[in-house]
Unconditional design. Structure first.
Length: 455
């Protein structure tokens, strides 16, 4: 264990990093692309007054718009060209994955390898364009209606021309972000789409920290609250790092084969099953479904009288589904648990895995190949998903409770945001380490060839 730790430390030292020219170029390209993303978040849509829009957005806080605003780095709050970010693409990707698991034709494409993957990716792009157009139209129409009802004219020239221009601008912004993410993936370091989402979340951290310490200086936020928040964040980050790397490794045995010295030797490998197979999808789905009624009631609240029956229902929904309320917390936890099991069943097919093992001659010791293996895999996956669901629920509910108790607006430090930031950071560091290892092995091969020529 010590030698492995020393090896990792040596791979990450500054000497190896300074020699890896390609890795440095990739990192600089990634940083430059993320800077372009941040610049675009401050370019407003044509025909929108940003100053009026800021005060208008303050009236709708607490709904689903906060989630989109967090993932887009505040672009929705400023109604920039990339106000929707890459969320339409993420939603379309999830829908295509679900459809591929349920529809036989799409499922066959999924099994075709690289060709099928490109075809599904093309369908995902079409879906992203469609979702962006629909969401952009509703945002433009809702912006006009809500601005008129509240007396704040955020749109300079309302009408069909503004709506069409807003839809085209938002589609162009989202498609540019997807292209930028692809460039980061191919020419930079890490997954481009994930890094763009993480950059949007992290970009709001300086503002929050400044407000937090300003609150501590003015006395509105107590020192105990500040210390408690720091300790909570560190504990949650460490907990997420541990659980995201945790796997259940199933031993896979292969038939005996002749080795180089003529001996019969059995091959062994392991099938890793992640504790959190569903990733960050469950909290995103659960919070979106819960906050959607609240967002609708906020937009409809100004046009409906509170004394009417509909107005009374709206007021009741806003009271019971607000952040930190017992009903909201209970439904949020139940939604996370449900989507953990649901999405795990979608992304992992025990029967397909069992068939692949049987086709390659592999089997789990003590379990018969075929249907018995599929049943055993389903049994193990269900048990570890229980642990994963509890873990996701704890990570997501504790920050929500802290937000409700302190009254601070720290949406970007919620459970979903923390999961994204930690996962993307760990994956990026892993890729950097892989590049350093490849560079180190390349140097060793060059030295070996040079010594061979000298001899």
């Amino acid at each position: 264990m010590a030698s492995r730790t020393d090896n990792i430390a040596s791979n990450l030292n500054l000497a190896n990093f300074s020699k890896a020219t390609e890795l440095k170029n990739r990192i600089w390209f990634t940083v430059g692309a993320l800077i372009v993303f941040r610049f675009l978040s401050f370019v407003p849509l044509p025909g929108v007054n940003p100053l009026i829009l800021e005060s208008l957005y303050e009236q709708t806080r607490g709904g689903i718009l906060d989630i989109f605003n967090t993932f887009s780095g505040g672009s929705l709050e400023r109604m920039s060209l990339i106000a929707l970010g890459v969320m339409p693409y993420i939603t379309a990707s999830i829908v295509v994955q679900l459809a591929a698991s349920l529809h036989p034709a799409l499922g066959a494409l999924k099994k075709e390898g690289e060709t099928g993957r490109k075809k599904l990716n093309q369908y995902t792009r079409y879906g992203a364009v469609l979702l962006t157009a629909v969401q952009g139209w509703f945002i433009a129409s809702g912006l006009e209606a809500y601005a008129a009802s509240s007396g704040l004219q955020a749109v300079v020239n309302p009408g069909m021309l503004f709506r069409v221009g807003a839809v085209i601008s938002l589609i162009g912004g989202t498609m540019f972000l997807l292209w930028l993410g692809e460039q980061i993936t191919s020419r930079g370091i890490g997954n481009g789409t994930s890094l763009i989402i993480m950059a949007g979340i992290v970009a709001q951290m300086p503002t929050f920290m400044a407000n937090l310490f300003e609150g501590g200086r003015s006395g509105s936020v107590g020192p105990v609250t500040i210390v408690g928040l720091v300790v909570l964040l560190i504990a949650l980050i460490l907990f997420i790092c541990f659980m995201e790397r945790a796997t259940r490794r199933l031993l896979i045995q292969y038939p005996k084969r002749a080795s180089q010295n003529g001996m019969m030797q059995a091959d062994r490998s392991h099938l890793p099953l992640k504790i959190n197979t569903a990733g960050v999808i469950p909290p995103i789905f659960a919070s979106s479904l819960l906050l959607l009624p609240l967002t609708i009631t906020q937009f409809a609240g100004n046009s409906v009288s509170p004394d009417s029956t509909v107005g009374g229902v709206i007021v009741t929904l806003n009271q019971y589904l607000a952040h930190g309320k017992p009903l909201y917390m209970a439904l949020y936890a139940l939604g996370i648990i449900f989507f953990c099991f649901f999405y795990t069943a979608v992304v992992f097919n025990p029967e397909e895995t069992a068939d692949n093992l049987k086709r390659n001659g592999g089997f789990i010791p003590g379990i018969r190949p075929g249907k018995s293996t599929a049943t055993y895999l389903d049994y193990v996956l269900t048990r570890i998903t229980v642990i994963g669901a509890i873990y996701i629920t704890i990570v997501c509910v504790i920050p929500e409770y802290f937000i409700a108790q302190t009254g601070m607006n720290m949406m970007f430090l919620g459970g979903t945001s923390l999961l994204i930031v930690v996962n993307v950071t760990v994956d990026t560091i892993t890729q950097i380490q892989s590049h350093l290892l490849a560079h180190q092995y390349g140097d060793l091969i060059k030295k070996a060839k040079l010594k061979g020529r000298m001899r």
